[in-house]
Design a protein around this ligand. Structure first.
Ligand SMILES: Nc1nc2c(ncn2[C@@H]2O[C@H](COP(=O)(O)OP(=O)(O)OP(=O)(O)O)[C@@H](O)[C@H]2O)c(=O)[nH]1
Ligand SMILES: [Mg+2]
Length: 363
């Protein structure tokens, strides 16, 4: 049976191919356009300067109605519409400021028309920002902290619409030929900064295993690779506990000596741990953990003295390797540390317990 099928295939296929070649078939058009050379790398923007320009109000109208039955039927100029506001709204659905525009402008209100027609109000422009965004004005003063879902901040108020001449009709003035101009909308410049709402921050040198640890503890999936600066932006994962409490852990790009002088990725990402209740220093046991600890402490102190005083927990990673184990034993003699292996899951339960204690003590 199989033999017959095989024969069929052999007999059909060459004849079909032959027919394809003999038949006139439209030719597929291949793209002649050169491939784009645009850099497709996406950057994570966590600080942005925005000029919020609100819309102007529409002008009021001066008009007098002249009907067929009544020549001078009185003023009928409508009011102008209001200009749109620019509003920042905190929402879960965005995680960065990549979508923000340098100049965010709302539309102007429509002018008033005759026959008592008022101009249309302009729509407000609502810019979604991540939860935990703080807004600073030009002098650097914090003017808003959008840390709850749905909270809004009116960044620039639209101008009010001008009144038409109908509004100025009175007993003494039956034919007012005045109307108001629409008010100018506000223009303000703000700096938006995203401060992630994690409870615990993971700090460490590049390649210490921060992303591996976050993957092991949570469902977050930051990239893991054996080269430094794999992680270019903060990642947040949630650890659920059996009392329905959830602790958010942030994995930050690695810190190197001189990060405060903007070496490597710099220390600007530390703004994400400013709200953390505690910090976990993750040291690579196989690569001079003591030196790593000193570097991290120094860089943290350079960023903020206050942050350096936050509750800390020192964790030595990679104790599944012999050199990692040795580094852990050395560190244990000098300070209170916990040894884990993010890759094999060794001692992670103990780390989760410590994280919960840190979370509860500093709530
Ligand atoms: N043997 C062993 N290797 C580990 C362990 N944890 C992480 N690694 C390896 O270390 C390398 C770096 O891990 P990452 O999680 O990318 O390190 P990172 O700290 O996030 O690095 P950056 O994002 O570059 O700052 C990877 O090759 C991991 O497989 C561990 O516990 N044991
Ligand atoms: Mg990483």
């Amino acid at each position: 049976m199989k033999f017959i099928n095989l024969l069929k295939v052999i007999s059909i296929v060459p004849s079909q191919i032959a027919r394809c070649y003999s038949k006139e078939v439209p030719k597929a058009l291949r793209s002649l356009k050169a491939k784009s050379t645009r850099n497709t790398v996406q950057y994570y923007i966590d600080s942005y300067r925005i000029r919020a320009v609100a819309g102007n109000g529409g002008d009021g109208c001066i008009s007098f109605l002249s009907a067929w039955c009544k020549d001078q039927a009185g003023p009928d100029g409508g009011d102008g519409g209001h200009g749109g506001h620019v509003i920042f709204k905190a929402t879960h659905s965005v995680k960065s400021l990549n979508h923000c525009k340098t100049v965010t402008q709302a539309k102007h209100g429509e002018k008033g028309y005759n026959k008592d027609c008022n101009g249309k109000n302009a729509e407000h422009v609502v810019v979604p920002v991540p939860l935990g965004t703080i807004i600073k004005d030009q002098s650097g003063r914090m003017v808003a902290d959008l840390s709850t879902e749905g909270v809004m901040f009116v960044a620039a108020r639209g101008g009010a619409g001008g009144r038409g001449n109908k509004f100025f009709l009175s007993d003494t003035e039956q034919a007012p030929d005045v109307a108001e101009l629409g008010a100018q909308g506000e223009t303000h410049t703000y700096t938006l900064e995203v401060r992630s709402m994690a409870h615990v921050g993971l700090l460490g040198a590049p390649n210490a295993g921060k992303s591996t640890l976050l993957r092991a503890l949570t469902r977050a999936r930051p990239t893991v690779a054996a080269y430094p600066f794999t992680t270019l932006r903060p990642h947040i994962g949630m650890v659920p506990y059996d009392d329905y409490e959830q602790v958010a852990i942030a994995d930050l790009p690695g810190l190197i000596p001189g990060s405060h002088k903007n070496y490597g990725l710099g220390i600007q990402f530390l703004q994400h741990v400013e709200r953390c209740r505690g910090l976990v220093f993750l040291l690579d046991g196989a690569d001079e953990p003591r030196r790593q600890y000193d570097t991290l402490s120094h860089e943290l102190a350079q960023y903020s003295e206050q942050l350096a005083k936050r509750p800390q927990c020192v964790v030595v990673n990679k104790i599944d390797l012999p050199e990692g184990k040795r580094g852990f034993e050395d560190m244990k003699k000098k300070m209170d540390v916990i040894g884990i292996s993010a890759k094999t899951g060794l001692n992670l339960a103990e780390l989760l317990r410590i994280i919960r204690v840190m979370y509860d003590e500093n709530s």
